[in-house]
Design a protein around this ligand. Structure first.
Ligand code: NAP
Length: 476
């Protein structure tokens, strides 16, 4: 299993993800000499293209999506590329791909195509001998639309690849600040003794987008916020916040701890979720239409969801996790807020005490802010005055000489080199779906309809009430 691939086969090589993320990430790795000199990249998709056409396609993508200072010698990178047209739903074509790849190669295959194509792709790869022991496979999300469809995909992949050669992407795990969560928790003695229900009042996780449907109508309307964001990214963030200290950083040591959290999540009960759908309003200074207008028809898909979640174990009993995500919210932000409890007894008569709060900003700003109580300078004739002040670490400043890499650079390199730590294991995906499916079943049984909210607001007022009922205010 510990081999470095000498050939990367990229399915969906003409797609949006390949143009915007995958090819630019690979070129950036090449620029930084992080790819083995001999690594070849074979793109494949339905479009008829020659090697030369594909290189031109890649060059255009790099010129558009990769900053000039990270491009380096594009010619060297483009020389690694070749292309094989292949419709994975047709019987023929895989033999040509196998011929293009050549014999006795160490392969990393990445499926950046719709998951409905995974089964036939893997059957085709199997048929022509491209699934042998020296091959690993990376899978883009979404892995199914519910537990049953996810199991179907996982079964199809497992028919050809053992789990230790399957790399399921959740690109949030490739983000620096998300990995930094592990460092923050386990490389500092400060937090771990307090990291439990005795000292933490609640945890908030927000993934807010300002964009609307963009051109993802076909996918998004069949998915909604719960399945698009909560099922994968937000549950992975929650698992990293809530997991027990792993005994090491090996893939299974970390994933064993995450899956325990995911399995310990209590099913969401009635009154613990709010869904919404945006209507027209003002977003980023522009007047924007509502979801139904963008879609061109009425829909009951939620573009916003807020949940109160519980992890039923000793560490977290009594600490709710509030999750909130949506489109057309006032700002683009992904953050985790850990709200500590008040000091048990205040000796500062009359001073307003504010409990400590740790805010971990994941995007767009990568920063960690810890709010601490401090004395306001003065002679204190009427008693000591206190104020909450932030201890702020902006990651790009703290590590100013270090390149900030996009998540796919890390993940593609890990796929090529075979490190599964930042990839999601089957039991994690399935535990995530089990929890999500129960929420959807609850919504169906209660005939829950999304409440409307204006574009540019923080979602329906019921989402504010969901937290305020417990005396909690969303961090905004
Ligand atoms: P896309 O732009 O629609 O591209 C789909 C790719 O699949 C194209 O290269 C297309 O080839 C190829 N394809 C379609 N049918 C095929 C067939 N029968 N045989 C062989 N190839 C076929 O999609 P995308 O946005 O790149 O997304 C790819 C996957 O990543 C999807 O599962 C998506 O949900 C996921 N994803 C995308 C993003 C994103 O930002 N785009 C983010 C997260 C996850 P031709 O064009 O040549 O037909």
């Amino acid at each position: 299993m510990t081999f470095t691939a000498d050939t990367l086969v990229l399915f969906g090589a003409t797609g949006d993800l390949a143009r915007r993320m995958l090819l630019p990430s690979l070129a950036a790795l090449d620029h930084d000499k992080l790819l083995d000199e001999d690594l070849r990249i074979v793109g494949t998709a339905r479009s008829e293209m020659s090697d030369h056409d594909f290189r031109s396609f890649a060059r255009e993508a790099l010129e558009k999506f990769l900053p000039p200072q990270r491009r380096g010698s594009m010619a060297d990178f483009l020389n690694r590329l070749s292309y094989q047209p292949l419709d994975v739903t047709a019987d023929k074509g895989f033999d040509d791909l196998a011929a293009k790849v050549g014999k006795d190669r160490k392969l990393a295959i990445f499926l950046s195509t719709a998951p409905s194509l995974f089964e036939t792709t893997i059957a085709g790869l199997s048929r022509v001998g491209l699934t042998s022991g020296d091959t690993r496979i990376g899978l883009e999300k979404p892995l199914g639309t519910d537990l049953a469809s996810s199991c179907e995909i996982n079964d199809a992949v497992a028919a050809a690849f053992p789990e230790d050669r399957i790399f399921r992407i959740d690109h949030y795990l490739g983000k620096e600040t998300v990995q930094n969560l592990i460092a923050l928790r386990f490389a500092n003695v400060l937090f771990e003794p307090l990291w439990n229900a005795r000292h933490i009042e609640d945890v908030q996780i927000t993934v807010a987008e300002t964009v609307g449907l963009e051109d993802r109508a076909g996918y998004y309307d069949g998915s909604g916020a719960l399945r698009d964001m909560v099922q994968n990214h937000m549950l992975q963030l929650l698992a990293l916040v809530a997991m027990e200290p792993p005994s090491g950083l090996s893939p299974d040591e970390v994933r064993d701890e995450k899956v325990k959290v995911l399995r310990a999540m209590r099913p969401v009960e009635s009154g613990e979720s709010v869904t919404g759908q945006y209507r027209g309003g003002a977003s980023s200074g522009e007047i924007v239409p509502g979801y139904d207008e963008e879609l061109g028809k009425p829909s009951d898909t939620e573009t916003f969801v807020a949940l109160k979640a519980h992890v039923d174990n000793w560490r977290w009993r009594g600490t709710p996790f509030y999750l909130r995500t949506g489109k057309r919210l006032p700002k683009r932000v992904t953050e985790i807020v850990v709200q500590f409890k008040c000091v048990p007894h205040s000796i500062f008569a009359g001073a307003k005490m504010q409990p400590n709060r740790l805010v971990i900003g994941i995007q767009p700003e990568e920063n960690i802010t810890l709010s601490l109580m401090a004395k306001v300078p003065g002679l204190d004739r009427d008693g000591m005055t206190l104020r909450s002040v932030p201890l702020n670490i902006a990651m790009p400043d703290a590590f100013s000489g270090k390149e900030r890499r996009i998540a796919y650079e890390r993940l593609l390199l890990d796929l090529i080199e075979g490190d599964q730590t930042l990839f999601v294991r089957r039991d994690e995906v399935e535990a995530q779906w089990r929890w999500i499916d129960a929420i959807r079943a609850l919504w169906a049984s209660e005939k829950l309809e999304p409440k409307t909210y204006s574009a540019g607001s923080w979602g329906p007022s019921a989402a504010i009430a969901l937290a305020e009922r417990d005396g909690v205010t969303w961090n905004e």
